[in-house]
Structures are given as structure tokens and as C-alpha cells.
Design a protein around this ligand. Structure first.
Ligand SMILES: [Zn+2]
Length: 436
């Protein structure tokens, strides 16, 4: 080889080596960037109201993109969607007959976790699981049921243990024990690490947006009630509880979106008690809020299951968005019996974020039943998933008559929860009646 040839070879190899070093530097680069730990660049409001983000949180949306780095799931340019499962249930009620069997005189403590044992897996699997707490909590022993609810604070630990992470408190019983009751209830819930929305301990807490990030999806949460059973909200504490006010909710939706929420869920305590169909006003309000930018309305208060529906809204940019309205999820736990008051729905809603847009892709209603039975002279309660129980038919505490009754009631309730109109074409949603 000539001198010239050797020099050329040397130059080529040096360049190749340099290229290799550069490639390595680019490949290793992202590990040193601050946003890779999932904490940087979160908008204000993130991690507020007790919300806890997960370790896979992103926030890279505004970060400078290296040409050959992969954008995080769900964001523009990523081929991987972000996905999550949201679970929502109706009213958590505590009537006095629900207490005695769960009290341990040796420790002077209550343990209500057995209520939830049979549905725990369905709740715990969800990335977000929310319930409406229709009572106040206390540790004073002066417990009461209807009409002014005050329940042992250990209920908070049982909800946490069941897998819930969000408890909404805007309902007509929130002020049953006055302002101290509101404060205590929130203290007990927060002490369990639960995210709360609907009542507040301070104007600052009320003003903080609630955004809960899981799997790179930011769930924004709001909660409102039609009223407080005639108990006035103190004039100097207008921030204490969120009351339904259409214009205000529309503003809150816009602010929550501005604060970075991908998907907005609103817990609404509304409707008419014991009505199995939503009222005209429920339909009007819920649809109006979807049109105003909400993605999910999670309704409660009627104490019976009402239908759900999927509605379409056209946003300002002309894009069509589907919203989910759960008019009433019924009672998740209570001592109410008869006229299907012991039934509820645990909705499991799959969310997918693609190109920065988050949508529900599947709505699965799981019908639940509160099994009340006597043991040692006291009432015991278990929430059972009805379809599973009917399939398995091996529950040692259920009789043939129980199964027969469950099968009958299930038939009636399924008729109340038809597959929503106009949602079967694209195969994204399904109801309980797969065979129509
Ligand atoms: Zn209510």
C-alpha cells in the first residue's frame, strides 16, 4: 500500500471512531436530561390535593427533542399510546346497622374492609379508582345514620385498603356535622393518602386543581353537589363545598384543561332519589358539561342504577369528541334494601392517549350487589360482582333462592343499562348485553 493509501486508511478509521463515540454520546444522552426522571416540567397544580404522580410520569412535552429520541407514550410522534384504567362507583353509605359486626371491643376499633373483599381485585387493578363518600367521618363514638350521617373514621382505611385512591365529598350529606365534620372527614381521608375533591379545608385547597397522573395520563377531577339538605354553607366560607353552578363548572373545566389535564372527570351528585331513569334536567346538565369540555360525568345520589350514555361534542377546533355520562351508579355499599337499592355499578373505563389526545375506548359496567346476611345476631355486608357470582354458583353464603333472585334482578338491571346508541359502529364501546 502506498503512503497515500495508508494516510487515507488512517483518516477513514479515525472518522469511523469519532462517529462511534458521537453515536454512543447521543444514545446515553437522555439518561442525564432532567425531565427523564418524570418530575420536571410539570405544570402548576401537579401533585396537588394529595395527588401522587407515578414514576413513569412524563412532562417532556415542552422539552427540546433530540432528533433520534423517542417521544413518551401518548404524545405526538410516539407510536406507543399511553393507557390507563379508571374505575368509578356510586355512593358509600353507612347506616347504623352496618356498624356492630365490624367493631372490635378489644381494640375499640372498627374494620370495614370485609365489605370490599370480593370486589377488591376489580378496584385495585384500576389506575384511578373513585367513590362518593355520602357520610362524614369521626372518631368521637357519637355515630349516626340518616338523616345526619357520622361514621367511624376507620371507613377511610377500608376504602384505601379496597384500592380506592380518589374519594369525592360533594354531596347532600357533606355538612351533616357542620364545618368541623367537613374538616375531620378530609383529615381522615387525606391521612390515608386518598385524593379528595368537592369539599375543602381552606380557600387555597379549593383553588388548587386536582390532577392525578398515572401511566403518562393526567386525570383532572372536579366534584359538585346539587345541595346540602338545607344546611346552609357559612357565608364566610363559600369555598367549603362545590355546588352545581353551570357557568362556574364550565370555567373550572377550562381552567383544569389549562392546568394540564388530559381527561376531565366530574363527579356530580344530582338527580331524583329512587328514579331509575335520569330526569330531563340531569340529561340537560350532563350533556351541557360534556359540550363544555368534560369527558366523563360520574353521577350519584338517586341510590339506584340509572343508564349511561355516550354523547358526542364538537370542540372549537372542529374535532368531534365522545363523552361518557354515568347518570347514577347506585349504592356501592349501604343498608338500603328493596327496589334494586342494594345494587350498584362499578364502571371500568379504559383510557387511551394518542397524539396527545386522551379518549375512553371502552366502558364496562360491572353490576354489584350488597349481600346482607346475619351471623351471630348481627348484620354482615359484602359487595359481590353479580355476573361472576351467578357464573360460579359456589358461594358458601348464598342459597338457591339468592341465586334465583340475583338472576331476576340482573335481567331487570341489564335492561336499564343498554348498549348506548350509536357507539357500536366503531366497536369502541360495549355495554352489558353483548348479544343485544
Ligand atoms: Zn345523596
Amino acid at each position: 500500500m502506498s503512503r497515500r493509501g495508508l494516510a487515507f486508511l488512517w483518516l477513514t478509521m479515525s472518522l469511523a471512531g469519532l462517529a462511534l463515540i458521537l453515536a454512543l454520546a447521543v444514545w446515553l444522552g437522555p439518561a442525564d436530561r432532567p425531565e427523564a426522571d418524570g418530575t420536571a416540567n410539570r405544570p402548576p397544580g401537579e401533585e396537588t390535593n394529595g395527588a401522587v404522580g407515578d414514576s413513569t410520569g412524563t412532562g417532556q412535552a415542552d422539552a427540546p427533542q433530540e432528533p433520534d429520541t423517542v417521544p413518551p407514550p401518548g404524545l405526538p410522534g410516539s407510536e406507543t399510546p399511553a393507557e390507563g384504567l379508571l374505575a368509578a362507583v356510586g355512593d358509600i353509605m353507612m347506616h347504623m346497622p352496618q356498624l356492630p359486626a365490624y367493631y372490635d371491643p378489644d381494640t375499640n376499633r372498627y374494620d370495614f374492609s370485609p365489605f370490599f373483599t370480593e370486589v377488591k381485585a376489580l378496584i385495585a387493578e384500576a389506575d384511578w379508582a373513585m367513590a362518593n363518600l355520602e357520610t362524614t367521618l369521626s372518631a368521637d363514638g357519637d355515630y349516626s345514620g340518616y338523616p345526619r350521617f357520622s361514621s367511624p373514621h376507620e371507613l377511610a382505611a377500608a376504602l384505601k385498603d379496597a384500592g380506592f385512591d380518589i374519594v369525592t365529598t360533594a354531596n347532600n350529606h357533606a355538612l351533616d356535622r357542620g364545618v368541623p365534620g367537613v374538616m375531620r372527614t378530609l383529615e381522615f381521608l387525606r391521612a390515608q393518602g386518598l385524593v379528595t375533591r368537592g369539599t375543602y379545608r381552606s380557600p387555597e385547597e379549593a383553588a388548587e386543581p386536582t390532577i392525578i397522573e398515572r401511566n403518562a395520563i393526567r386525570l383532572g377531577l372536579l366534584a359538585y353537589t346539587y345541595g346540602t339538605n338545607g344546611i346552609p354553607v357559612p357565608k364566610d366560607m363559600p369555598w367549603l363545598i362545590d355546588l352545581i353552578d353551570e357557568e362556574r363548572i364550565a370555567r373550572d373545566i377550562a381552567a383544569l384543561r389549562e392546568a394540564g389535564a388530559d381527561y376531565i372527570a366530574i363527579a356530580l351528585h344530582f338527580g331524583t332519589e329512587y328514579q331509575t331513569e335520569p330526569s330531563k334536567e340531569q340529561k340537560r346538565l350532563a350533556r351541557r358539561l360534556i359540550a363544555a369540555g368534560a369527558d366523563l360525568i360520574a353521577g350519584s345520589h338517586p341510590h339506584v342504577i340509572q343508564p349511561y350514555e355516550i354523547v358526542e361534542a364538537t370542540d372549537a377546533d372542529g374535532s368531534v369528541r365522545q363523552g361518557v355520562i354515568l347518570y347514577s351508579m347506585g349504592n356501592f355499599i349501604s343498608n338500603q334494601r328493596g327496589d334494586t337499592k342494594e345494587y350498584g355499578v362499578l364502571y371500568r373505563i379504559r383510557l387511551r392517549k394518542e397524539e396527545g389526545v386522551t379518549r375512553a375506548t371502552d366502558v364496562e359496567p360491572v353490576i354489584t350487589w350488597v349481600h346482607r346476611y346475619k351471623a351471630e345476631g348481627r348484620n354482615h355486608y359484602r359487595i359481590l360482582p353479580v355476573e361472576r357470582v351467578l357464573e360460579e354458583r359456589n358461594d358458601p353464603l348464598l342459597t338457591g333462592a339468592d341465586y334465583e333472585r340475583l338472576a331476576n334482578d340482573l335481567g331487570a338491571i341489564r335492561k336499564r343499562l343498554p348498549v348506548p346508541d350509536g357507539t357500536q359502529g366503531n366497536g369502541t364501546f360495549r355495554g352489558t348485553e353483548h348479544e343485544g
